[in-house]
Design a protein around this ligand. Structure first.
Ligand SMILES: NC(=O)c1ccc[n+]([C@@H]2O[C@H](COP(=O)([O-])OP(=O)(O)OC[C@H]3O[C@@H](n4cnc5c(N)ncnc54)[C@H](OP(=O)(O)O)[C@@H]3O)[C@@H](O)[C@H]2O)c1
Length: 208
């Protein structure tokens, strides 16, 4: 599996991550998702992306069940706080709930899922406290435009490790501003929805 440095963290991380947004609901489907995740990890796909939002915590629980006996240091686990929880206290509490569901002591990177109504300064302060407390190794954001990134950088005293954004062959706008801005500052760009979900483009791409 090809790896790349994850921004300022300097960690080499597989360039293809295992996304866990659309987790199934039935018992047998959950078991098959757990096995799929584990098989992925065994084949080098050790970068796992989740969020408290996914299945309202269920995604994190399934990941926890899939990885509980694997060497933690080999995994790169990313989760995200919902904007509605992203106050100073709320971010810390959300992270602690995520850690519990995942059955781990720390996250490799923790992101603000998208901008909401809590001041960015408050969320960043909480993320930095989580680093100081050893609960996360790095902090990041998601769905941030250049303006949002500039604002975040103003408040942050620790480096921003990543910006997770919508990026695929159909949505290449980030190539104009966001990606160059991030590259200049060593912020890892993680593209989500690489197959563009069920849009006509995805159908075309699959036929092709
Ligand atoms: N930060 C954020 O705001 C955010 C937002 C969205 C997603 N994410 C992350 O990114 C991950 C991936 O996102 P996504 O589910 O939206 O990704 P996606 O690129 O849309 O991938 C899933 C879709 O791709 C289709 N697909 C799978 N293999 C394919 C292939 N070989 N050729 C063509 N199509 C194929 C699947 O179809 P079938 O259903 O038929 O298998 C499914 O509809 C999520 O799980 C999550 O971790 C983050």
């Amino acid at each position: 599996m090809k790896t790349r440095e994850f921004g300022v963290t300097g960690r080499r991380v597989p360039v293809i991550g295992q996304g866990t947004w659309n987790f199934p609901a039935t018992k047998s489907e959950i078991e098959s998702a757990r096995k799929a995740l584990r098989t992925g990890v065994e084949h080098g796909m050790t970068h796992i992306d989740t969020a408290e939002m996914y299945g309202n915590g269920a995604s994190e629980e399934i990941i926890g069940n899939a990885i509980y006996d694997l060497p933690r240091r080999n995994l790169f686990i990313v989760s995200k706080v919902l904007p509605s929880n992203a106050s100073k206290k709320g971010t810390i509490a959300a992270c602690e709930r995520s850690l519990k569901r995942l059955g781990t002591d720390y996250l490799d990177c923790y992101l603000l899922h998208w901008r909401g109504s809590f001041p960015l300064s408050e969320t960043i302060e909480a993320l930095e406290k989580l680093i100081d407390d050893g609960k996360i190794l790095s902090l990041g954001v998601s769905n941030f435009d250049v303006d949002d990134l500039q604002e975040a950088l103003k408040f942050a005293s620790k480096p921003l490790a990543c910006n997770q954004i919508l990026y695929n062959l159909h949505t290449r706008g980030p190539e104009r501003n966001i990606i160059p801005f991030c590259e200049q500052r060593k912020i890892a760009v993680v593209g989500y929805t690489p197959f563009a979900q069920k849009t006509p483009f995805a159908v075309w791409y699959r036929r092709w």
